[in-house]
Ligand binder design. Structure first.
Ligand SMILES: Nc1nc2c(ncn2[C@@H]2O[C@H](COP(=O)(O)OP(=O)(O)OP(=O)(O)O)[C@@H](O)[C@H]2O)c(=O)[nH]1
Ligand SMILES: [Mg+2]
Length: 150
């Protein structure tokens, strides 16, 4: 079995912990007052690959955790809230991981709250998967996309 490490990042409240719970219902979420304080962890097996998802806290004061958890990652998933515009900082973060050799996907979350026709399919060349962690939409597509590239 090959181990694959995936880091899940994105702003506070984007839905990272919900996504990891949707990937694995028994996932571990370390939350305090509904916000992640250290990390989330969930795993899934696809073919011969054991894919480990590490969710980072969204709050800025925990930025150091992202650096620690991204070490040795094979892929990254940026969770974006569809109801909020992507920022220059989000793009800069995606580029930073790309330069570290970590290919990234964008999981465009909370698509249940917006008109699907208004959603972009690409952001600066990064592949986008439209979904809803809460509804379990796009989650399988994400897992299989990660399994293909990592
Ligand atoms: N409508 C809707 N709500 C969602 C979806 N995904 C997550 N949420 C809600 O968004 C809120 C934040 O979700 P979390 O998963 O805790 O977000 P997070 O990114 O882990 O937040 P931090 O740990 O604080 O960085 C919760 O109330 C979720 O129920 C979704 O696809 N649709
Ligand atoms: Mg969280």
């Amino acid at each position: 079995m090959d181990d694959v490490k995936v880091i899940v990042f994105g702003k506070e409240n984007a839905g990272k912990s919900t996504l990891i719970k949707a990937i694995e219902p028994d996932a571990i979420n370390i939350d305090k007052k509904d916000t992640t304080v250290s990390m989330d962890y969930g795993r899934v097996i696809v073919g011969r690959k054991k894919i480990h998802f590490y969710g980072t806290p969204g709050q800025e004061r925990f930025d150091f955790m992202r650096d620690i958890l991204s070490k040795g990652a094979n892929a990254g998933v940026m969770v974006l809230d569809s109801t909020i515009n992507i920022t220059e900082m989000d793009i800069a973060l995606l580029q930073e991981l790309k330069h570290k050799g970590i290919p990234c996907f964008i999981f465009l979350n909370k698509s249940d709250l917006v008109d699907p026709n208004t959603l972009s399919k690409k952001f600066n060349g990064f592949p986008v998967i439209v979904g809803s962690a809460k509804m379990g939409k796009g989650v399988n597509e994400l897992i299989h996309s990660v399994a293909i590239i990592a």
